[in-house]
Design a protein around this ligand. Sequence first.
Ligand code: C2O
Length: 533
Amino acid sequence: SIQRHYKFNVVMRNKTRLCATKSIVTVNGKFPGPTLYAREDDNVIVKVVNHVQQNVTIHWHGVRQFRTGWSDGPAYITQCPIQPGQSYIYNFTLMGQRGTLLWHAHVNWLRATVHGAIVILPKPGVPYPFPKPDNEEIIVLGEWWKSDVEAVINQAMQLGMPPNVSDAHSINGHTGPAPNCSAKGYTLHVETGKTYLLRIINAALNEELFFKIAGHNLTVVEVDATYTKPFKTDTIFIGPGQTTNALLTADQNPGKYIIAASPFMDTIVATDNQTTTGTVRYNGTAAFSPTALTSIPPRNATPVTTSFLDSLRSLNSKAYPANVPLTIDHSLLFSIGVGVNPCSTCLNGSRVVADINNVTFVMPTTALLQAHYYGISGVYSEDFPGNPPMPFNYTGTPPTNLQTTNGTKVYKLGFNSTVQLVFQGTNIIAPESHPTHLHGFNFFVVGKGVGNFDPINDPRKFNLVDPVERNTVSVPTGGWTAIRFRADNPGVWFMHCHLEVHTTWGLKMAFLVENGKGPNESILPPPSDLPKC
Ligand code: C2O
């Protein structure tokens, strides 16, 4: 296969946003970072050199990493961090994958500024399964904090309250036009009659977002690097870690049209209503011509998210079949909650935690994959519960005891076993939808609903024909989402809410997939430069 070599120098760089200059961690001095281009089946080799005074890892979000968990990136799950002055070479193959993904730092909250696009083109000579666009544009949505992001994490860990929301959202690094002191906002220049493939990425830390362009519909053709049945929409709903490819045709009167990215929060617990804007500008439009505006969905516009998500279907064509597991070896129910645990070092003697099946995940100090591979005991236990400890009315009145148990637990899966996993959202403390990400796999979203999951009747309504295939899915407040996948990738694979504040609070766990018996069914040996803890 073809090799693509990249060098990521992790360096501090001054950036000016919202009228102030601050030094941030970047890759190669860029915010967002450089785009990684490759083709399906290419071998990607990225040398990451850490020139900053803090630990770094990079995760290739959505890359399957078949047998190469050593290159997956989450700190203390698959590797120890790259320490200041050290380097590490990530080496992986984009086997059977094409589309848009993202890479981001995967230690603490470093991904706030350390992220970028991954564009995987089809194999040479293989067309897209939709009309060829005249041009392509990457659109990375992010967030900007005026304060030091590390201080925000400490706030998240110390207070009984959610931490400060960001001060602005950004489009390709622009926080928006004046009065935000950014010289100008982001502009997409288009030519009348032409079609553009927008590769939209949500790299924000803590916000699911709506994305709109005034006066134009968008045709969704792909999410999370899997092709979908094309559908038209005026609003895209995209959670952190998710990617959406959509076609934009410049078919309106020449002029300027606003682009808006605004937060979605189904229950309003925080006060973030920051909308960031950019502009689509038709070539030849006079500078003084007015900009067409668009209506922003309200922050709690659940009907908009529901109709968007209901429209997503796998393409399921001959060339790109949806291989949904039809029999199930492991049937799991994971309740997602936010609770309160005692904490002697915290301001109020307690702190907010998050859990899956009442387990608040505690980060180990040895990477789980190393512990598994070398048989180091005492790092994790294999007793992650497959069901909530005591069933309760998840979407009714919360139980009175909100204390969770702490643990570093994994759920073990046999090689090639099939999994049905129902995420049950709850009403406990922070009723908020959770964009949940599974490393190492794509999964099929076979069902979703409001209220408590009904194990008898709901599965009868599952879509096992053309469910959308993704790596990150939103679990709604007061509702559930069901996924299926095949555990065909040996290793240790992180699963967590991609709202960074919830990950910090412990809304995370890991699956351990055993080696298979065949010659190509086990984890490859670790590279010699694997960082030490
Ligand atoms: Cu995009 Cu574990 O993260």
